[in-house]
Design a protein around this ligand. Structure first.
Ligand code: NDP
Length: 375
């Protein structure tokens, strides 16, 4: 390890069917305009599972996931003025972008139109050399200053990670498609994203109806602020809810029949897909046409808006419902998510001290990965 690099431990998968195992690599130290931080917490998003298992067909291995990352600044590069050493900060799904295109200038780096688009926190590719990025299931992370988020003092760091992916992903479409006070918001799939959507929709003044496959989480979902829980597998309950929604945020992570959800919409209703990115079985466009229904998609959110939702969550006391886990249990948690289960909670968050205390780190016998060039 040269003086200009930092030895970093993590958990990563080396192939589509492989478990996540302890790994070690070197990140270079924070350069000009960059911030490095010691990771203290990292949320487990269903996207981590999709990526590790190559559900989207674009996985790069080795894959070190993690994009709901919180930590303490350990070093700042030349010119950094947004944060200081010791500050509690976060990173969501992006660590860089072209910073020049119209979208970046408008604060929508998530839609960066630069040559390679935004640089994702993991599964890069990193510009300019195209090497893979390794994410927040690691002891230390580096990002461009512009992509560092400030964690409001009112939010305990263990709750902050899920706001920077799950929270922003549902908040951004509510703002973009102008969810109005008093309108009715439906949320399909009450997991990590869904339970944040229930709380955020409520905070924006909407009436919220949660659509979930069984009523096991009903009490918790009502407590979060839903006005009603509808069991999506119960045809009678779905029919009773027909024509009731102004907006639906659909977080379901797998292919499913959209037709029953289209029936829920009022005329001019908006269905926003954030979950399933694979396919929908056939449905009739007529069901959209006759009620002028918009079917749209949305990808996370820009950095300005991510800071906005962090601040809003601080102000309105919105917190994810989390279960803290030891990193050694990550493969079991992936199985839980793959089975569509919330495990009685709605988001798992890794206590990253459990990585530092892991035997493979203590004994320095983790699997060596090629060093990412960026960090
Ligand atoms: P979770 O696994 O936490 O929650 C998904 C929920 O969907 C489950 O809790 C369950 O809710 C429901 N569900 C799960 N399996 C099925 C199934 N087979 N059929 C019907 N419903 C099911 O996932 P996340 O909330 O972390 O992520 C949801 C999706 O959003 C993922 O595909 C993820 O990749 C994507 N995502 C998209 C982003 C974007 O920018 N567009 C950003 C981040 C994530 P219930 O039990 O209530 O039915």
């Amino acid at each position: 390890m040269s003086e200009a690099t930092l030895k970093v431990y993590g958990f990563g998968a080396q192939a589509k069917d492989g478990d996540l195992i302890p790994v070690v690599f070197n990140r270079r130290k924070a350069g000009k305009g960059e911030v490095s931080f010691k990771v203290t917490h990292c949320g487990v998003c269903h996207s981590d599972l999709h990526q590790v298992r190559n559900d989207w067909g674009n996985a790069q291995y080795p894959c070190v996931p993690g994009h709901e990352v919180v930590g303490i600044v350990t070093a700042i590069g030349e010119g950094v003025c947004k944060v200081n050493v010791g500050d509690i900060v976060g990173v969501g799904c992006m660590i860089n972008s072209c910073q020049e295109c119209n979208y970046c200038e408008a604060g929508e780096e998530n839609y960066c139109q630069g040559e390679k688009g935004a640089t994702m926190t993991y599964n890069g590719p990193m510009t300019p050399d195209g090497t893979n990025t390794y994410g927040g299931y690691s002891s230390d992370l580096i990002a461009r200053e512009e992509f560092i988020l400030k964690i409001p003092g009112k939010i305990d760091p263990k709750y902050a990670g899920p706001i920077m992916c799950a929270g922003i992903t549902v908040y951004s479409p509510m703002k973009h498609w102008d969810l109005k006070q008093g309108q009715t918001l439906g949320v399909a799939g009450i997991g990590g994203l869904g339970h944040m959507a229930v709380q955020i929709g409520r905070a924006l003044g909407a009436k919220v109806i949660a659509f979930t496959r069984d009523n096991s989480g009903e009490e918790a979902i009502l407590k979060m602020g839903a006005d009603k829980v509808v069991v999506s597998t119960d045809d009678e309950q779905m029919e009773a809810a027909a024509g009731s929604l102004d907006m639906l945020i659909n977080t379901i992570p797998v292919a499913h029949d959209l037709a029953p959800y289209i029936s829920l919409m009022k005329t001019d209703g908006k269905i926003i897909v954030v979950g399933n990115m694979v396919k929908f079985p056939e449905f009739s466009p007529a069901s959209l046409v006759f009620s002028r229904i918009t079917l749209a998609g949305s990808l996370i959110g820009g950095i300005r808006q991510t800071q906005e939702i962090l601040d809003l969550c601080a102000e309105k006391d919105i917190r994810p419902s989390i279960k803290m886990i030891d990193i050694k249990d990550i493969n079991a948690v992936f199985e839980t998510l793959a089975n569509g289960d919330t495990d009685g909670h709605f988001r798992h968050v890794i206590d990253m001290d459990t990585l530092r205390n892991h035997a493979a780190v203590q004994n320095d016998d983790a699997t060596k990965l090629e060093d990412p060039v960026h960090a």
